[in-house]
Design a protein around this ligand. Structure first.
Ligand SMILES: Nc1ncnc2c1ncn2[C@@H]1O[C@H](COP(=O)(O)OP(=O)(O)OP(=O)(O)O)[C@@H](O)[C@H]1O
Length: 264
């Protein structure tokens, strides 16, 4: 049985708008998965259903075999951590240390354990030097790493990152890739929503495409980024390396190394 399952899940917002329809998905521990799709496709709604912030209006979400509709949001979020799209919806402490430590303090862990865990999460997220700063002394892109550290520190089996690449420069995107790789090695399930197709091609072996509330595809990037009707339907662009390979007459390539091997 998969750790996280969505079975025929639909969600209609209180205003009557259906944002997710008949979604069936399964995630195992240790998997690293990207969710992509046009604006408004239902990606954020889908992940909020996974961590219990929303409960399905039809179907079931199961975490470790338990139905989230019968769990409190707090219980579900102890298993499925969610880093919000907008860090400013998540940050409310006056130092970065306190922000990362908040969940651990709520769990009443010993101070030394808290210090050790915060130090480790901060180092992973490139925040070791700024722990005593006010979060709003950092730029928006760095505040996103504060919220990532605050979720990682809770050690949940599943971690959802909602658009972590938005507004990030090359160095920060590489740091994100390192964080995701580290978490996968720790046997965490990492589910990442992103509009950065280059990042998806480089980082993920499994990609889920949502369009207009429904799942269109759940496959490897090699399949997804060479499925032109799907890319058109989902309003997605091929990564540049695929575009170049296509012009050179090669197919099914998604990395620079693959292209080099074919050319030379
Ligand atoms: N609280 C809400 N009440 C009503 N409709 C909502 C609410 N939140 C989101 N929606 C609508 O549900 C649809 C799906 O939104 P969602 O944020 O899940 O999409 P998304 O794929 O994450 O989009 P984006 O890539 O732009 O973040 C959109 O049409 C959105 O306007």
């Amino acid at each position: 049985m998969s750790f996280l399952q969505l079975k025929n899940v639909s969600y209609t917002y209180p205003n009557g708008f259906e944002a997710v329809k008949n979604l069936n998905l399964e995630f195992d521990l240790g998997e690293s998965v990207a969710i992509i799709g046009q604006n408004g496709a239902g990606k954020t709604t889908a992940v909020k259903l996974m961590n219990g912030l929303l409960k399905p209006t039809k179907g079931e979400v199961l975490v470790e075999g338990n139905v989230t509709a019968r769990m409190t949001t707090a219980q579900t979020s102890r298993l499925v951590g969610y880093v919000f799209q907008n860090p400013d919806e998540q940050i409310f402490q006056e130092t970065i240390y306190k922000e990362i430590a908040y969940g651990l303090v709520s769990k009443k862990l010993p101070t030394q354990t808290i210090q050790e865990k915060v130090k480790k999460a901060a180092a992973l997220c490139g925040l070791s030097e700024v722990l005593q700063e006010h979060p709003y002394n950092l730029p928006y892109s760095k505040r996103k790493f504060v919220t990532i550290a605050a979720v990682i520190v809770m050690d949940t089996p599943v971690i959802i990152l909602d658009e972590p690449t938005a507004g990030q420069d090359r160095e920060s995107t590489e740091l994100l890739a390192d964080i995701i790789t580290y978490l996968s090695k720790e046997n965490k399930t990492v589910i990442t929503i992103t509009h950065d197709m280059e990042f998806v091609a480089q980082q993920f072996k499994r990609v889920i495409v949502l369009t207009d509330k429904e799942k269109q595809q759940d496959a490897s990037p090699e399949i997804i980024f060479w499925d032109f009707p799907l890319l058109k339907k989902a309003n997605l662009k091929q990564p540049y390396i695929c575009q170049l390979a296509d012009r050179l007459g090669f197919k099914d390539i998604i990395t620079i190394n693959e292209l080099i091997e074919r050319v030379f």
